[in-house]
Design a protein around this ligand. Structure first.
Ligand SMILES: Cc1cc2nc3c(=O)[nH]c(=O)nc-3n(C[C@H](O)[C@H](O)[C@H](O)COP(=O)(O)OP(=O)(O)OC[C@H]3O[C@@H](n4cnc5c(N)ncnc54)[C@H](O)[C@@H]3O)c2cc1C
Length: 397
């Protein structure tokens, strides 16, 4: 007699949780997703999906939505904040497809979330379910939700973001800390900036104490921008009224006319504070584990937070399939030990990029620019370790 498939509860229907749910279901597990919000939502505009994550999304059978909604940028171009001088420029597509067998995509977050959700039965996504507690019960784990509902599962996955309740239940309460950066984010209808003649690519402008990134999303109809500036403190109340186009323009005073033109063309913009945690010593306990921002939030300065959450789901599904008769606890430890070195490296690189991107003009900035000019760290070849990695393929045990 074959045993029934493991019942898996995924807490959190963000990009990471839903991508994991699709993969786990396709691998034959009995999966339910619990999301606190009354509907599926993603805050913000665009997101980069490097080939390492795009490969997984295509493998999940999401090609139709991705090919329809996502943009395939031709290049990535880093420039100086004031005079627009090129610091480095590297091809993205079709180079990534040729080298790695998967494209580099830029996509609106809401589009990406609904594309991933289209691969999972809606009736197994339980909206309005806010997890408030969990308990290991030996042969299962019990999840408790606001309002009193309880659900049992063989394995519980906390994909509930940087303020994770599952993480707090496993490892104790600890508030994430403000990372000293805020982002002004906005979307611009492309007809408003047609005169700029922008290539379908991604551009990133680096300057003292800030950087500004823009790329196309939504079938190329919108230009997404994110402008980062450094600040000592964050207080939500003080900042809520700062998310105006005028404030964003003031924050990028003196920057290149193209940067200012893009900000000015936005109807609205909003502000986003960056939070961080130290790498965790462990992610799993018993039948419960974590993925994505719940266990490894990272500065978005490698464009890899969501991509790593998607990788987590692929490795987790592969480990659970390979786990066979092993205890779930043993399998979850294997998943964690496979994932930790890679995400820790990316957390460190993302942090280092905050300093590198925001150097004041002077000798250190000149040395950085010379280094980028002589050895582009953005080229598909230089990023082989990142983009060529297949998180769904496990190394031999
Ligand atoms: C400005 C900016 C730009 C970025 N750019 C990129 C990029 O280009 N590429 C990239 O890969 N990453 C990028 N990132 C990082 C990326 O956005 C995150 O790493 C990613 O969205 C995390 O996904 P997640 O599913 O782990 O968590 P989340 O998206 O935070 O999802 C968590 C979900 O859990 C739900 N939830 C929370 N608590 C509970 C509870 N108690 N019960 C039930 N449900 C709960 C939430 O409602 C939410 O739906 C960027 C981030 C920022 C801020």
């Amino acid at each position: 007699m074959t045993s029934p498939p493991l019942a898996i509860a995924v807490v959190g229907a963000g990009i990471g949780g839903l991508a994991a749910a699709v993969g786990l279901r396709q691998a034959g597990f009995d999966v339910d997703v619990y999301e606190q919000a009354p509907e599926l939502t993603e805050v913000g505009g665009g997101i980069n999906m490097g080939p390492n994550a795009a490969r997984i999304l295509y493998r999940l059978g999401l090609a139709e939505g991705l090919d329809r909604e996502a943009v395939r940028p031709i290049s990535t171009h880093q420039r100086r904040w004031q005079d627009g001088r090129t610091l480095q420029r590297a091809p993205l597509n079709p180079a990534c497809e040729q080298i790695y067998g998967a494209p580099h995509l830029t996509v609106h977050r809401a589009d990406l979330l609904s594309i991933i959700a289209s691969g999972f039965p809606a009736e197994r996504i339980h909206l309005g379910h806010r997890l408030v507690g969990l308990a290991e019960k030996g042969d299962h784990v019990e999840a408790r939700f606001e309002g009193g509902a309880r659900r049992a599962a063989d394995v519980l996955i906390g994909a509930d973001g940087i303020h994770s309740t599952v993480r707090a239940a496993l490892l104790g309460e600890e508030a994430p800390r403000f990372a000293g950066c805020v982002a002004y984010r906005g979307l611009v209808p492309v007809e408003r900036i047609a005169d700029l003649g922008l290539e379908i690519g991604s551009q990133s402008w680096v300057g003292p104490g800030g950087h500004f990134v823009h790329y196309f999303v939504s079938r190329g109809r919108l230009l997404n921008f994110v402008g980062w500036t450094e600040h000592d403190t964050w207080n939500r109340e003080d900042w809520t009224d700062r998310a105006t186009v005028a404030r964003a323009l003031a924050a990028f005073e003196g920057w290149h006319p193209q940067v200012r033109r893009i900000i000015a063309a936005a109807e609205t913009c909003f502000v986003w504070a960056l939070f961080d945690r130290e790498p965790l010593p462990r992610w799993s306990a018993g039948r419960t584990t974590l993925l994505g921002d719940a266990c490894h939030p990272m500065y978005p300065f490698m464009g890899q937070g969501a991509a790593q959450a998607i990788e987590d789901g692929a490795t987790l599904a592969a480990c659970l399939v390979a786990g066979g008769e092993a205890s779930p606890a043993e399998t979850l430890r294997r998943y964690e030990s496979l994932r930790q070195p890679r995400v820790t490296r990316l957390q460190e690189m993302s942090r280092a990029n905050k300093t590198r991107f925001h150097l004041p003009d002077g000798p250190a900035q000149e040395a950085r620019d010379a280094e980028w000019a002589s050895a582009s760290d953005r080229s598909p070849e230089a990023l082989r370790w990142l983009y060529g990695f297949d998180a769904g393929r496990l190394p031999e045990p």
